[in-house]
Design a protein around this ligand. Structure first.
Ligand code: FHN
Length: 434
């Protein structure tokens, strides 16, 4: 009796500290901490969902949603010949939009590698008539243009037989009822090693799909250690919709501002202490969707970017390029408009941190040095009350013209006059000097 109880307990005690210490021992390298600062200063990135699914014009989940088995899906790469792909155009567009980094799908849930993998022939070089490594081309262009490159890499895989036991999705992919989970993880780590060895300096790895098998042993310690040993500055984020795990370097929120739970994606997600990023689509799709015409106007996306900054978060805005390699004109126009706005007002966004006042119904604040930028997105009256944040205000001006604004500071906070003629319908920016 004694033995039956004590042995598992002893075993637990001997295993627990080991696994905990392995996780808790993550000390970000100095270059990693520097990269986090860079990341927070950068504020704005381009998300790119591109793969053989783009051919069908029905989003990146088409294999699962249309119940296409992997043998039928295997016909797709033969149609993927993106002769219009020009990484120069993409990078120039990201820069014109004011974006500082690009996060592109190296592998989405369909398991198809958009790079030349030596571990499988289920990749762009081996299976498509195009035959070129589009990620290498993009990595070279990013390096030339000073844009950091991140890879979105799916944990979840609907193609590999070893992704077994299967998770909640990919049930109709026609895979055999058996496979070796740890062999799958070895394969995934192997592909990550390729990505972190052959493509120069990588800004980060953006994992997704952990939620498909929440309780599985994902061996995150091993994967994260591998990444940090190959490139210590590489920032790891994981879209598991939970609080960050040790070994991660930033935390993302899908289609939600940090801490908000409006979409149903993040019901259990707690906010951690790491830099934040929120991602959003330009219509309602990540991968190219021919029928999705719900294009968000530039004004809404600018306001979202400003709000994100006020929530101390980056904004990763998605495009789903077409199968020919072009980004659709509805997106390029909007991105250029955002870029024009950023050219003028970027000073109030780049290099700032959120606060000192928490987000309000009228807008948000950002701060840098001795300046607080008050972003009035939704003026409710001809004045606003900014709650006291413990600093003596020297003056308040309108960012646009530098004109001084009337204000009163007392124990209730700072009341600022907002005459109607200064209101900008996208964002009226006040500068508080402290
Ligand atoms: O399933 C994916 C989806 O296809 C897309 O990649 C988004 C991007 O945040 N994340 C997943 C859902 O959480």
């Amino acid at each position: 009796m004694f033995h039956r109880q004590i042995i598992p307990l002893l075993l637990l005690c001997s295993v627990l500290p080991l696994s905990l210490s392995a996780q808790q021992s993550y000390n970000p390298a100095p270059e990693n901490l520097k990269a986090r600062e860079w990341f927070q200063d950068a504020k704005f990135g381009m998300f790119i969902h591109w793969g053989v699914y783009s051919i069908l014009g029905d989003g990146e989940w088409v294999m699962n949603n249309q119940r296409i088995d992997k043998y039928t899906y295997q016909k797709l790469p033969a149609f993927f010949n993106p002769l219009g792909y020009d990484p120069k155009e993409w990078v120039a567009l990201a820069k014109a939009a004011g974006m500082k980094y690009i996060t592109i799908t190296s592998k989405h849930h369909d398991g198809f590698a958009m790079f030349d993998s030596g571990l499988t022939d289920w990749d762009i070089v081996d299976r498509t008539p195009y035959g070129k490594d589009v990620l290498k081309m993009l990595a070279d262009e990013c390096a030339r243009e000073g844009i950091k490159l991140f890879f979105y890499h799916s944990h979840l895989d609907w193609y590999q037989d070893d992704y077994y036991p299967r998770g909640n999705t990919g049930q109709t992919a026609g895979r055999p009822a058996g496979g070796d989970w740890y062999r799958y993880l070895d394969f995934m780590d192997g592909q990550l090693r390729e990505l972190l060895t052959n493509y120069g300096e990588i800004g980060g790895i953006w994992f997704d799909g952990h939620w498909d098998r929440k309780d599985a042993d994902w061996r995150l310690d091993k994967t994260y250690s591998l990444i940090h040993s190959l490139q210590p500055a590489c920032l790891i984020g994981n879209n598991h919709h939970l609080a960050p795990f040790p070994g991660e370097d930033f935390q993302m929120f899908e289609k939600d501002l940090p801490g908000r739970k409006t979409t149903g994606f993040n019901p259990e997600q707690e906010m951690g202490e790491l830099p934040f990023e929120t991602c959003e689509t330009m219509n309602n799709s990540w991968g190219f969707n021919l029928q999705d015409k719900n294009y968000k106007p530039a004004r809404a996306l600018i306001q979202y970017l400003v709000k994100a900054a006020g929530y101390n978060s980056n904004f990763l805005l998605n495009v789903g390029p077409m199968p020919d390699g072009k980004i659709q004109p509805e997106f390029t126009g909007t991105l250029k408009e955002i870029g024009k706005w950023m050219e003028k007002y970027g000073e109030t966004i780049y290099g700032t941190r959120g606060g000192p006042v928490s987000p309000k119904s009228w807008g948000v604040t950002t701060r840098k040095g001795n300046k607080v930028y008050v972003h009035v997105l939704d003026p409710e009256d001809n004045n606003i009350l900014i709650p006291d944040f413990g600093k003596k205000v020297r003056n308040i001006t309108l960012f646009d013209s530098g004109a001084k604004l009337r204000f009163r500071q007392d124990l209730f906070g700072i009341t600022v006059a907002l005459p109607t003629d200064i209101i900008d319908e996208t964002n009226t920016i006040l500068v508080i000097e402290i």
